[in-house]
Design a protein around this ligand. Structure first.
Ligand SMILES: NC(=O)c1ccc[n+]([C@@H]2O[C@H](COP(=O)([O-])OP(=O)(O)OC[C@H]3O[C@@H](n4cnc5c(N)ncnc54)[C@H](OP(=O)(O)O)[C@@H]3O)[C@@H](O)[C@H]2O)c1
Length: 259
């Protein structure tokens, strides 16, 4: 029996977008544990978290490259892909995009503009994701890389009824649909694109979740708790890696059971 065929692996150079975040940092650890030789780690504002994470995986023998990303800057993102290639000496083969924001605002007070407004939520969660995913897939196609891309969506984009996150939930629905279109378009080039839709995770993204809303949501989760980030990360690494080799265009829900 060829035992290695039955163990999930991620080979070569991987990139985790939003690696400074709660889920992103766990994904970096899962990607490293799956065997990646090198990981490009991106952050938005939290350079300290990215550097500390890079040091952690470098101590395990993983080569790292760290860079800031302003998600909706297409030209800057294309430059980053070239810089990551030059720093590591190999094309990126696996990408997991965990970038996202989730402001909680009563629907009566939601605006289009401002940090917590609809435009900024869509700019970050949808427009930025569109530009970066296209740039990655086009580069893989041009370089002949038969790569894998996983977007992190949310069950909020599938079954949410929460008015305080109407903009976030709508953006995650858009992201999930965009993934399916990308997946079909790039599959003929040997590029696999999927998404993982987590339920609630214990990260600082939920710092502004009101206590009553948190208790209400908790009462609906069969597991009786929010996920630890590693529980979503290990599944994500599986889908991104050899374990997911026959997965195309799926938006996998990982929600601890939720009704
Ligand atoms: N937590 C949950 O309950 C939950 C549930 C379902 C889905 N998700 C999804 O999981 C993903 C990760 O969430 P999380 O809980 O890990 O949140 P988090 O800890 O707040 O991490 C978010 C990450 O996105 C980066 N980021 C935010 N805005 C950015 C921008 N404009 N440009 C570049 N980077 C930006 C942040 O960078 P800096 O911190 O460096 O600025 C950080 O690395 C998100 O897509 C979220 O929607 C989360």
């Amino acid at each position: 029996m060829e035992k290695s065929k039955y163990i999930n692996s991620i080979v070569g150079h991987a990139m985790v977008l939003g690696a400074s975040g709660g889920l992103g940092s766990a994904v970096v650890r899962a990607v490293a544990a799956s065997g990646a030789a090198a990981i490009t780690i991106t952050y938005g504002r939290n350079k300290v978290a990215a550097e500390s994470l890079a040091a952690e995986v470098a101590a395990q023998g993983v080569k790292t490259f760290i860079a800031p990303v302003e998600q909706a800057d297409e030209a800057g993102f294309k430059r980053l892909l070239q810089q990551a290639h030059d720093a590591i000496g190999a094309e990126i083969q696996t990408v997991i995009n965990t970038i996202g924001i989730s402001p909680n605002v009563p629907i009566e007070e939601q605006s289009l503009d401002g940090r917590d407004g609809w435009r900024n939520v869509f700019e970050t969660n949808v427009f930025g994701c569109f530009l970066s995913t296209r740039a990655i897939a086009e580069r893989m196609k041009m370089k002949g890389v038969r790569g894998s891309i996983v977007l992190i969506t949310s069950t909020n984009g599938i079954n949410s009824q929460s008015q305080i996150s109407a903009h976030y939930d709508s953006s995650k629905a858009a992201q999930g649909h965009m993934m399916k279109i990308f997946a079909e378009h790039y599959a003929p080039h040997g590029i696999r694109i999927n998404a993982v839709a987590p339920g609630w995770i214990e990260t600082s993204l939920n710092d502004t979740l009101p206590a009553d809303e948190r208790a209400h949501e908790m009462s609906k989760i069969w597991a009786g708790r929010f996920a630890d980030p590693h529980e979503i990360a290990i599944f994500t690494a599986f889908v991104a890696g050899s374990g997911g080799s026959y997965c195309y265009g799926q938006n996998f829900m990982v929600d601890g059971g939720y009704r």
